[in-house]
Design a protein around this ligand. Structure first.
Ligand SMILES: CC(C)(COP(=O)(O)OP(=O)(O)OC[C@H]1O[C@@H](n2cnc3c(N)ncnc32)[C@H](O)[C@@H]1OP(=O)(O)O)[C@@H](O)C(=O)NCCC(=O)NCCS
Length: 246
């Protein structure tokens, strides 16, 4: 796979986001924020969206308030402020790919202007997030369950969460999120398996991210997934994982 050009990755504390910058969000984002009844959840959402705008702005040079949020949900087919993170930039058309994940007081952000990239996904979880009875049968493939059996009991919770963030990163890069069953996607190796449609033939990569390298506390697990068509000159496939025609 061609190395990604200009992939920008960062972890930020949500409590460090300046909520005084809420005015840089656009109408769709403010409308989505208003749907949260809990002020704490509203602030968490708002802080993440501010952080993502600042992150993209640092990459592209556009002012954070000049981006137009254009999120698309392939499940319901709406541009109602949720789904795949997409922003239109004043400085260029197309090709911005972005992903975000919040966990506790932290937010993991990724953005790239690589023209060959069709999808990007990041996920961040507390290390015990997938430590519950039934997780393996609910979320894992047979291969992953086999790997889990080889893991010493004391490390199983961490291993399950590692697989979970890898799966969520892939499902975000795919654009489906959990609308696609996580148990259908195998992330036991560096190339996810179990995908269908055009993304199945694409060049995929999923990898663990080091919490320490991102400045995250040690208890977190994080992963990034990316995919690009084998022939980057080919037009983007319609639908999942691509910027749909406007
Ligand atoms: C995407 C998803 C896996 C993330 O879950 P999570 O671990 O609770 O939350 P995270 O903090 O890690 O990620 C949230 C971010 O994922 C991104 N995201 C949401 N849906 C996405 C999708 N379909 N593809 C790619 N990224 C998506 C957004 O950036 C979102 O941030 P926002 O809250 O600012 O909009 C989960 O929310 C999901 O599966 N959503 C889609 C379910 C669906 O299709 N619902 C139907 C709606 S009509």
């Amino acid at each position: 796979m061609t190395p990604l050009q200009g992939l920008s990755l960062a972890a930020v504390r949500l409590s460090d986001a300046d909520l005084g910058l809420t005015h840089i969000l656009d109408e769709a984002e403010l409308a989505r924020a208003a749907t949260f009844r809990s002020p704490a959840l509203r602030d968490t959402f708002t802080a993440g969206r501010i952080a993502l705008r600042l992150h993209i702005s640092a990459l592209t040079g556009d002012s954070p308030g000049s981006l137009t949020a254009d999120y698309f949900c392939p499940t319901c087919g709406n541009r109602a402020g949720h789904g795949i993170p997409q922003y239109r930039l004043p400085s260029r058309t197309g090709h911005l790919r972005a992903s975000l994940s919040r966990s506790a007081n932290w937010c993991l952000l990724a953005a790239s202007l690589d023209e060959g990239l069709a999808g990007i996904g990041v996920d961040l979880e507390d290390g015990s997030a997938a430590d519950f009875d039934g997780f393996p049968s609910l979320a894992l493939t047979a291969t992953e369950r086999g790997q889990l059996q080889e893991v010493p009991p004391a490390l199983k919770a961490k291993f399950q969460t590692r697989l979970w963030v890898r799966k969520e990163a892939v499902l975000k890069a795919l654009g489906t999120g959990l609308a696609k069953a996580p148990s259908a996607v195998d992330v036991s190796g560096p190339i996810p398996a179990g995908l269908s449609g055009p993304p199945a033939a694409a060049l995929w990569k999923v990898e663990d991210l080091s919490p320490a390298a991102l400045g995250l506390p040690g208890g977190f697990a994080a992963a990034i997934a990316t995919w690009q068509p084998r022939d980057v000159r080919a037009s983007w496939p319609d639908g999942i994982g691509s910027l749909p025609p406007r």
